[in-house]
Ligand binder design. Sequence first.
Ligand SMILES: Cc1cc2nc3c(=O)[nH]c(=O)nc-3n(C[C@H](O)[C@H](O)[C@H](O)COP(=O)(O)OP(=O)(O)OC[C@H]3O[C@@H](n4cnc5c(N)ncnc54)[C@H](O)[C@@H]3O)c2cc1C
Length: 296
Amino acid sequence: MIDELVPIAKKMYQEIEAQEKISFFHERNLMWVLEGIGEENEFGRRAGDAQYAPYIDEDENVENFIHNIKNASHRKFIKQAAQVDIANLIQHFQKKWVAEGILRIEKFDYEELQHNEDGIVYKDIKADKIIFCEGNRATHNPFFNDLHFNISKGEVLIAKIPNLKSEMIIKNGLTIAPLGEELFWIGSTFTWKEENDLPSNEGKEILIAKLKNAVTIPFEIVQHLAAFRPTVFDRRPLIGAHPEFNNYLIFNGLGSKGASLAPYWSTQFVDFLLNTTEISKEVSIFRKNAFRKPTV
Ligand SMILES: Cc1cc2nc3c(=O)[nH]c(=O)nc-3n(C[C@H](O)[C@H](O)[C@H](O)COP(=O)(O)OP(=O)(O)OC[C@H]3O[C@@H](n4cnc5c(N)ncnc54)[C@H](O)[C@@H]3O)c2cc1C
């Protein structure tokens, strides 16, 4: 769906930047060092498909950093990529909305939630609807804990790589994305059925080994982070209203692609809330197998 996702994401993020006078959306091309014959064949197949043409480039000027990348002769380029500083975006709105009195930062207590004919009551708040956007924690939501999540854990490193000098995102066995001031986001691991979302020695060692395979120059690890992704059995978001309590809604399942998926699907979700469209079947919580047990 990239032809639909990218223009909406770009427009929404740039409008927020202009409106809020902040910077968090960075358009950057991506250099992809293909690994082995499998990836070469797959890339070749897609490069021959007219639908992929607007996103693929054979060559770009990478003189200033290419000598720092291993196996760089196998490189191709992805156009129209971007890097979204979600942490910056979230911090901005948290600060703003707390100051405006429209956001409370506290743990939501499901036991305090009540509903009657007039709507919803939560502590001192009255509302028509409640929308749950809890990421992987939806598995603890008593109203939606039967949805078919398949939660994955991911670990990343923040590394200082003084001489890398790349403004591009580099994919070379792992992703290296520039953060400025010689710092790079290095990620990520993908594991399932993990007990906790804490950084692990194993994850760190995997990432360091892959980074050593990706760059020719020394680096220093500055930070090690881990989290659960709200991944779903069929890799599609989970959006819709509860089958029994129609004013309880969920917007979730953005998996490993929240930055590119959220603008498109949230736009459709708003249209749904305003009663102008239905939720697409492919992301609806009523699609086949979205609930682990059949629903009403
Ligand atoms: C290692 C890693 C790498 C990733 N890389 C990328 C990437 O390159 N590109 C990309 O697009 N996406 C990436 N993702 C995925 C991206 O982070 C998710 O798609 C996105 O965060 C999902 O957004 P969300 O708002 O649905 O959930 P979340 O970001 O998880 O937000 C849910 C929020 O709800 C809060 N919450 C939950 N329950 C409660 C409660 N009871 N009370 C109060 N608050 C509650 C949580 O604290 C959290 O702040 C990555 C994820 C990981 C872990």
